[in-house]
Design a protein around this ligand. Structure first.
Ligand SMILES: *Cc1c(COP(=O)(O)O)cnc(C)c1O
Length: 214
């Protein structure tokens, strides 16, 4: 682990949760953060999650953050505590069916595509938010507890902030509709933009590179 980067991140959180993104990292690197007390780790590929999770402590709350194919749901479900990349009703239906089959309730976040300039990104459209939530809230084995947003791929911090503010406004609207007991997580911010995300009200940042690279 990189002590000074870790301390910088920890000192900036101000109550938000840290989700450590461990893609490309080995178990030893992951355990260095586990030893500090971190328990929320994330992978974006099913294969990598399946290779690592069984070798690591069972109290890790694994987050799945990549595009999830429906045929991978069954294999990853026993390991994940939250799927942050829920981006279609079809996927929600498959997760519900598989979660019911193994008697598990899994947290999910709806992933929104708010950075219009990043064309080939996945995610729901803001216009569809309320109908999507109304539908997915019906599923008994899914705890739909928030949203995940990616900042636009640009250096322009004004533009990044405007997307994060849109994410925060959507989060507030969902909290007003469903209550803050139910809607708890606004997952926003990565290595390059987490301070901006936190200043816009993010409740969880997903950081990889900065915590593992000099
Ligand atoms: C890789 C990844 C991150 C972390 O990115 P870094 O730039 O390494 O901090 C966050 N969210 C998602 C969805 C990712 O795929």
């Amino acid at each position: 682990m990189i002590r000074n980067h870790y301390e910088t991140v920890k000192n900036s959180l101000n109550g938000a949760e840290l989700c450590i993104v461990t893609k490309y990292r080995n178990t030893e690197e992951i355990l260095s953060y586990y030893a500090e007390g971190e328990r929320i780790f994330a992978e974006n590929h099913a294969q990598e999650l399946l290779a690592k999770a069984p070798l690591l402590p069972a109290d890790i709350r694994w987050q799945f953050i990549g595009h999830l194919q429906r045929n991978k749901v069954r294999s990853i479900l026993p390991y994940v505590s939250c799927i942050q990349s829920l981006d279609s009703l079809e996927l929600a239906k498959v997760i519900e069916k598989e979660a019911a089959r193994i008697g598990k309730t899994v947290s999910v976040l709806a992933e929104f595509h708010l950075a219009e300039e990043d064309e080939n990104k996945t995610g729901l459209l803001k216009e569809d938010a309320l109908s999507f939530f109304a539908e997915v809230m019906k599923y008994e084995h899914l705890d739909l507890c928030g949203i995940m947003v990616m900042g636009p791929h640009t250096e322009d911090s004004e533009r990044i902030c405007s997307v994060f503010r849109e994410g925060k406004a959507l989060f507030d609207e969902l909290q007003n509709t469903y209550g803050s007991d139910r809607i708890r997580i606004l997952s926003m911010g990565m290595s390059s933009d987490y301070p901006l995300a936190l200043s816009c009200g993010s409740t969880m940042v997903r950081i990889g590179t900065y915590l593992f690279q000099e």
